[in-house]
Design a protein around this ligand. Structure first.
Ligand SMILES: Cc1cc2nc3c(=O)[nH]c(=O)nc-3n(C[C@H](O)[C@H](O)[C@H](O)COP(=O)(O)O)c2cc1C
Length: 195
């Protein structure tokens, strides 16, 4: 198995971070990888904001958690026992899990492929991060988080066109635990071969 495939299979969502900030050179490589993702029509629509302001990340993380409308986990159905998500542990205060760097990907609100564009960029980012020893977690509810008063104000302050919408977050930081979480077994019958 080559290193790229190994990296894909080994990456796990990390929700427990060390407090120290990630190295600037490392972040720059991760962001560069995000900009080289495929994009619909080659438009390179997604804009990536890397926020390292702890106060802003804290507020937005709380707004993000408050926007969670999914089911809470049960003994039978949970996201992660080792690295609980906000669906697993109601006591977690932030949808960003205290990560020192939080990325938000914005793309045009009225473009059919914005979610796909941001999703493939996010995948490049999390794989690049893992290959460099950085933990990451893709986090949903970016639209809700940036629909808030604070989100709208920040979007203006960051000079992001009001035609753009936040589509996805990615938390980044050094993993707090040495042992990575284990992947759940892969579901069967997800691959259909046709000859
Ligand atoms: C579109 C998308 C949205 C996600 N949203 C969240 C989220 O809001 N909060 C969270 O903790 N994890 C989120 N995740 C991470 C998943 O929970 C995680 O990928 C899944 O449990 C599988 O674990 P793994 O990434 O370690 O393989 C999201 C993943 C994807 C692809």
């Amino acid at each position: 198995m080559n290193e790229i495939i190994k990296n894909m299979l080994e990456r796990r969502s990390i929700r427990k971070y060390k407090p120290e900030q990630i190295a600037e050179e490392t972040l720059n490589v991760i962001l560069l990888a995000g900009t080289y993702a495929p994009s619909a029509g080659g438009r390179q629509s997604p804009v990536i904001v890397a926020c390292q302001d702890a106060g802003i990340n804290d507020w937005l993380g709380k707004i993000n958690k408050a926007a969670f409308r999914g089911h809470m986990s049960s003994a039978k159905s949970y996201i992660s026992k080792e690295q609980p998500s906000i669906a697993d542990d109601v006591s977690l205060e932030s949808g960003f899990y205290g990560a020192p760097t939080v990325l938000t990907l914005f793309a045009p609100g009225n473009f059919l492929y914005s979610v796909a564009d941001c999703s493939v960029a996010a995948q490049n980012i999390v794989l690049a991060a893992h290959s460099l020893g950085i933990g990451s977690c893709i986090v949903a509810r970016a639209e809700d988080t940036f629909a808030s008063e604070l989100g709208q104000r920040l979007q203006k302050e960051w000079s992001i066109s009001s035609d753009y919408e936040a589509k996805i977050h990615i938390t980044l930081g050094y993993p707090a635990n040495d042992a990575p979480p284990k992947a759940k077994p892969r579901k069967e019958e997800r691959i259909i071969r046709v000859f």
